[in-house]
Design a protein around this ligand. Structure first.
Ligand SMILES: Cc1ncc(COP(=O)(O)O)c(C=O)c1O
Length: 404
């Protein structure tokens, strides 16, 4: 038997984790502690519609239940259920994407982006990510040992990407660019001209575009969504999408990628992606039976979702722009706003104090990145209007008490 006095060998976590940050969940840990103390938290932090008054379409649940009863509980094909793959391809074609060379299903966009970045970059190379960004891209890129390289989204121009900054940041090691449209955390929807110019830069510099379009069904006003790949059939583009947001099943973990571009040009890359897809066997299988019913079935729920989100967006923008020291560019898609704050202390301290004193849970801008010298926070405006109103009253009081 081992003696009680033997010193335990500490198991250190890998060095590379030092560069992985995920402020969204980190703030939630503090909130859980307050909730355990009996405080009611006003949660404006996590983009899960199912935490609020949104419901999964019943026909999708029925399709998964049937698949399970029919015995589809084993491993599925590595690239995904053929009927789901066909449906995704048809949807991509409806959105004008041509030259589609591969479609594959994954455990959410999260797994798709991990696999597609892993299949592309070597250590020392880089992929341009937006600043601010949805932090999972930079977390995966950090894990892969790539050098961070980010381009600015321009708050003065409704958060459209700063094209000059993109051009400045491209170097000999740049292999790709991430473009989230509609955007998390800004809620911006990009214009055709912006998308065309990004495609042109990618064309000139041989970059792969990662077009994250997970919020494409949640355009709150204006024209229909434009898929970046539809504007550039000759440029290698991986378009990401999934059921999590527009189809209200984030817990099912159903996402996908569609690679488009010249067949011969993207062939080795597509083979690399397929190799990784095979290595992880398959993604959640019975849930894939909901893809065709989702994409080809009734879309009525979207009308209600957008209707609610529009009212909650308007309430949010109104509140933010009438609280001194806050200003907010109106979001046009998704369910995020990224207001700017003009205060003497850090946005992280602001977020923590707001949570401790008013129990309003938001995520500070340093969790997403921001232009030097500016401070922001992200609001998820999924909660109902009564909850949002209480949260904004708390925020208004907080600013009056601290920064009058
Ligand atoms: C821009 C963006 N991409 C991807 C994801 C993750 O999506 P999934 O649930 O499909 O993994 C999110 C989730 O918030 C997101 O905001």
């Amino acid at each position: 038997m081992m003696s009680q006095t033997v010193k335990q060998h500490i198991v250190p976590a890998a060095e590379r984790l030092k560069h992985v940050r995920y402020a969204i969940r980190d703030m939630a840990v503090l909130a859980e502690q307050l909730a355990r103390e009996g405080k009611t938290i006003l949660p404006l932090n996590i983009g899960d519609p199912l935490n609020f008054d949104f419901q999964t379409p019943a026909h999708m649940i029925a399709a998964v239940e049937k698949a399970m009863h029919d015995g589809h509980n084993g491993y599925g094909p590595s690239l995904g259920l053929p009927q789901a793959v066909d449906s995704i391809r048809a949807e991509a074609e409806r959105k004008g994407i041509r030259n589609i060379q591969s479609v594959f299903l994954t455990a959410g966009v999260s797994e798709a982006l991990d696999i597609c970045l892993t299949a592309l970059v070597n250590a020392g190379e880089n992929v341009l990510t937006p600043c601010p960004d949805y932090p999972m891209y930079s977390a995966v890129l950090a894990k892969l040992g790539t050098r961070p390289n980010s381009y600015l989204l321009d708050e003065q121009n409704e958060w459209q990407p700063d094209l000059d900054d993109i051009a400045r940041k491209i170097d000999l090691g740049t292999r790709g660019i991430v473009v989230g449209n509609p955007n998390n955390p800004t809620g911006a929807v990009y214009s055709r001209q912006t998308l065309e110019r990004i495609a042109e830069l990618a064309r000139q510099h041989h970059l792969v575009i990662f077009a994250d379009e997970i919020y494409d069904k949640l355009i709150l006003d204006g024209d229909p969504h434009i898929s970046l790949a539809s504007l550039a059939p000759d440029v290698p583009v991986v378009t990401f999408n999934g059921l999590s947001k527009g189809y209200l099943v984030p817990g099912w973990r159903v996402g996908w990628g569609a690679v488009s571009g010249h067949a011969a040009a993207v062939k080795p890359y597509v083979e690399g992606i397929h190799q990784l897809l095979r290595a992880r066997l398959c993604s959640n299988y019975p849930q894939q039976f909901a893809v065709r019913p989702a994409l080809e079935g009734p879309q009525d729920h979207l009308l209600e979702v957008r209707h609610k989100l529009r009212a909650r967006r308007d309430l949010t923008v109104n509140a933010c722009n009438t609280i001194p020291h806050i200003s907010c560019v109106a979001p046009r898609g998704a369910f995020y706003a990224y207001p700017k704050i003009d205060i003497p202390e850090s946005d992280e301290l602001f977020a923590k104090k707001l949570l401790m004193e008013k129990h309003v849970l938001i995520v500070h801008g340093t969790g997403f990145g921001q232009a030097p010298g500016t401070q922001h926070f992200r609001i998820v405006f999924l909660p109902d209007e009564a909850t949002l109103t209480r949260a904004y009253e708390g925020m208004r009081a907080f600013f009056a008490e601290h920064y009058a």
